[in-house]
Design a protein around this ligand. Sequence first.
Ligand SMILES: [Zn+2]
Length: 397
Amino acid sequence: MPYPDSTLITNIAELVTNEPDPSGRGSFAAIVDAALVVSGGKVAWTGAAARAPAADQLVDAGGRAVLPGFVDSHAHLVFAGERSAEFAARMAGRPYQAGGILTTVAATRAATDSTLRANLRRLAGEMLRQGTTTLECKSGYGLTVADEQRGLMLAAEVTPEVTYLGAHVVPPEFAGDVTGYVDLVCGPMLDACAPHARWVDVFCEDGAFGADEAAAVLAAGRAAGLVPRVHANQLAPGPGVRVAAEAGAASADHCTFLTDADIDVLTSTPVVATLLPGAEFGTRQPFPDARRLLDAGATVALATDCNPGSSFTSSMPFCIALAVRDMRMTTQEAVWAATAGGAAALRRADVGHLGVGARADLILLDAPSHAYLAYRPGVPQVTAVWQAGRLAAGSPL
Ligand SMILES: [Zn+2]
């Protein structure tokens, strides 16, 4: 008996499943000469192509690779305007400063809903066509009660993984009054935003929010039912990773400047270390030491940090290539971090892998193996994208 309403994808040269080993520890896993059956929007069967069961529909992968869709667990897509001149100036020698965010805040506040929605949908579509089937999206360019709430409501139109980032930077009207702004973020702004978000985030960095302020924002968010995640240790060593662990955060993001104590925190707690190499690329900063984290046993995710200031890429394949070339991750580690790692950072068990029962979010590469994502950087190789078993972009032909 075939599986109901089923599709068999066969003649797959390499099927990346990321099925956990018997100990439950996550790592890259793949089947060669494989097939996969989708039924009811989920993975129903995986195994050797020679043993594949019958199905209602057949897709011939033509000796190409199938992977789980990418899980981009860190993106800022609700904004207006662009900052290419700032990027060009920085490439000509000027350093990145957190205050550049305020340029985007001003443009975002001035924008209409339809302008913000059009930009958001364009970027989300761009991500989908490049293989991202789950994305996280933050507010953080409104910084008023109404503008933050608006950002979250728009983000919720494209993803359930919505993050309240009222504590992105102190807006100009609160210059010199960080305490007053934190009170707003933890009070009326949180009340307006919490119903529209799953996560709460804070930019814990010199020039943004210190340890005590960050802890207060995360505690208030938790009390309102949100789960913490933190922008931590991007520009210099600091308290971000420790604050994330103490708040029970799902993820500490950036992790560019870590002490031995930070590494201990990331290996002894469930906090995922989310690395955002697009930000180091776009600001010409040193890349995070992924090898140190991986060799110590930390769980590592890769994400784009897509935003108009420091990392205006929506491409997970680009981040994988950077991670392999410049952060010395193996091709297997980088692909795992961009799929199952991102799922761990979002505490999602249904995506990031293609084990039986997983959501059928998958991509067909125009290449025989996952390694081509780094081996052929900058080349569009994502041929077809399925979400919950439905063809959402491209074509398998
Ligand atoms: Zn960010």
